[in-house]
Ligand binder design. Structure first.
Ligand code: ADP
Ligand code: MG
Length: 578
């Protein structure tokens, strides 16, 4: 038998991964207690301390010790209660888990009580329970996270990363609890102040900005007892990952490969490969039709009739998307309008998707990721090629450039090739080279989410090094005044969104050289000609000259080949002459 202290620390590992997990559990407790105002104070991204105060129902003095006992909850009585649950919590694990790995001070008072109670719990041991004066509600102060498990402490990332995780959770919870005001301070400075809102769209527009609302469509669908409401982005507004896909099942934020798949199915044919929409969807169904007891952090759920939920989502989204008409995307992308699409076109795919989902779920891999094309790297030839000396023949599928020479044929991927050219130029520029800059006639002003704003400011030098003129411009807002001329055609908004995603990932590596390269690769990708874009002969010539003057490389910055060569021996082999 494991000692109780050890087993509780092991169990804590499932609930508390990092400061943001504590923030999530404590806010959920406050919401469960009926609070309509919550204040959160973070220090060092929550690594040093997290304080959460609410105006909820409070805890009775003689139950305060119990709240820190493992499996003590006031929310269910029998197992079957979890099928009619309306609260976030029911496992009775959060407080004991948090207390076993940190130092906790709790103050709580019920409205009708004369005095409140103070409880001090350190490393899982109750040190003090005493009468105390305090306002109605509960406040919990958590310090020295992971002090009992120093190895886990080492896994924490730097302040801005942890803080961004906390703000992520807070905004997610804010998006489905509109009648609760939430105020967040980081290192004593207010970073987020979300007032009570009258409805979802008021809340969404406060959290994501009015810009987001302008580029979204309303979704409203019903099937039997289940319904879905929310906002989804127009096809032209996409991100490089699935982080903007938020959905709530009965008010609970979940992550689910199956629902991701439903969303991607609705957008099929409307957005580029490897781009993802932003969605905020609220799915409501009878509590008996969904099992929330699948995972300790309750981020996964299981549906009784997954097929129905899948088609409810796809149908409702397809219906909204059909209203968009032709898409004002970059003109060289022929994006089919949804108007003519049959809504039941996807139905045959549902069965297949469910099957694939069941398998992929077992192997813990996301469905969306599985369907991505994999490019095999052809590293057969790395010899230097002079592209300008080749004879340009044809552009195939408006994507591949075909060249010939007396002894070979060369096929080039125009996007990959241009990407490499831009990447090398950006790199050169950051090490002191000269490139033309273009001033924007109307500077671009962008509102960022608070967590993203912090990340962005931290990495702003990478952009200025590359020739951007960009500055902070008031609270959570930046202004872009000029940019390298070679990137003049990019969609700045999309570029910044993607850069922030990249920052939040490279933040973890901490290696600035490597981080910079990734960022330049991203900019190059955004600035390069796309596939399916008709190029003139002059443009092809220019591309070849640029390639010849760049340091030679056989692959694009992401590792895909720039070109393939078929030489005489390849041809002989193909025609079985050898
Ligand atoms: P659970 O939320 O699963 O019940 P927790 O460990 O998170 O388990 O909390 C244990 C109990 O402590 C809750 O069931 C609730 O009764 C009480 N509690 C925790 N936080 C608060 C709060 N902020 N306000 C009122 N009661 C709370
Ligand atoms: Mg709880």
């Amino acid at each position: 038998m494991l000692d109780e202290r050890i087993s509780s620390r092991i169990a804590a590992g499932e609930v508390v991964e990092r400061p943001s997990s504590i923030v999530k559990e404590l806010i959920e407790n406050s919401l469960d207690a009926g609070a309509d105002h919550i204040e959160i104070e973070l220090e060092e991204g929550g690594k040093k301390s997290i304080k959460i105060s609410d105006n909820g129902e409070g805890i009775d003095r003689d139950e305060i010790a119990l709240a820190f006992e493992r499996h003590a909850t006031s929310k269910i009585y029998e197992f079957d209660d979890i099928f009619s649950i309306c609260s976030f919590g029911f496992r009775g694990e959060a407080l004991p888990s948090i207390a076993s790995i940190s130092k906790v001070e709790m103050l709580s008072k019920r409205k009708d009580a004369l005095y409140g109670t103070r409880a001090i719990v350190e490393g899982g041991e109750i040190k003090e329970i005493a009468e105390a004066g305090c306002p109605s509600g509960t406040s919990i102060h958590v310090r020295d996270i992971f002090y009992t498990t120093p190895v886990r402490r080492q896994f924490l990332k730097k302040e801005s990363t942890e803080q961004a995780h906390c703000l992520d959770y807070i905004t997610r919870l804010a998006l489905c609890n509109t009648n609760c005001g939430i105020k967040v301070a980081a290192n004593k400075k207010t970073v987020l102040n979300i007032p009570r809102a009258k409805d979802m769209s008021e809340r969404i527009s406060f959290v994501f900005g009015r810009e987001f609302i302008k580029n979204t469509l309303l979704v409203d669908g019903k099937r039997g007892d289940a319904s879905v409401r929310g906002l989804i982005s127009k096809p032209g507004f996409t991100k490089s990952n699935t982080k903007g896909m938020l959905y709530y099942i009965n008010g609970r934020f979940v992550r689910d490969g199956f629902l991701n798949h439903a969303i991607m199915t609705a957008y099929r044919g409307m957005i580029e490969a490897r781009r993802y929409p932003s969605v905020v969807l609220y799915v409501d169904m009878p509590t008996r039709d969904v099992d929330v007891n699948v995972h300790p952090t309750k981020m996964e759920v299981r549906f009784k009739t997954p097929r129905d939920i899948y088609s409810l989502l796809v149908d409702s989204m397809v219906e909204s998307l059909a209203d968009t008409g032709p898409i004002a995307e970059k003109d060289y992308f022929k994006v089919p309008s949804a108007a003519g699409r049959e809504t039941n076109l996807y139905k045959g795919r549902v069965e297949e998707a469910i099957k694939r989902y069941t398998i992929s779920r077992d192997t813990k891999r996301g469905v969306v990721g599985d369907t991505l094309p994999i490019f095999e790297k052809d590293n057969k030839r790395e010899e230097r090629v002079s592209f300008s000396s080749l004879r340009y023949l044809e552009q195939i599928d408006n994507t591949y450039l075909v060249f010939s020479a007396p002894d070979r044929m060369v096929i080039m991927d125009q996007h990959a090739a241009h990407e490499r050219v831009l990447y090398e130029r950006l790199k050169k520029m950051s090490s002191g080279g000269h490139e033309q800059c273009q001033r924007l006639l109307i500077p671009e002003i962008l509102d960022l989410q608070p967590g993203n704003y912090v990340l962005f400011l931290e990495k702003i030098a990478v952009l200025t090094d590359a020739g951007f003129e960009v500055e902070p411009y008031g609270e959570n807002t930046i202004i872009i005044k000029s940019l390298p001329a070679m990137l003049a055609a990019v969609d700045l908004r999309a570029l910044i969104t993607d850069l922030i995603e990249e920052f939040s990932q490279t933040g973890k590596t901490g290696n600035t050289g490597e981080a910079k390269e990734k960022i330049y690769a991203l900019m190059a990708c955004k600035g390069a000609v796309k596939a399916r874009q008709r190029l003139t002969n002059q443009e092809v010539e220019r591309l070849c000259r640029d390639l010849d003057s760049a340091p030679f490389a056989a692959t694009c910055p992401h590792g895909r080949p720039l070109f393939v060569t078929l030489d005489i021996s390849d041809m002989e082999r193909m025609f079985k002459r050898r």
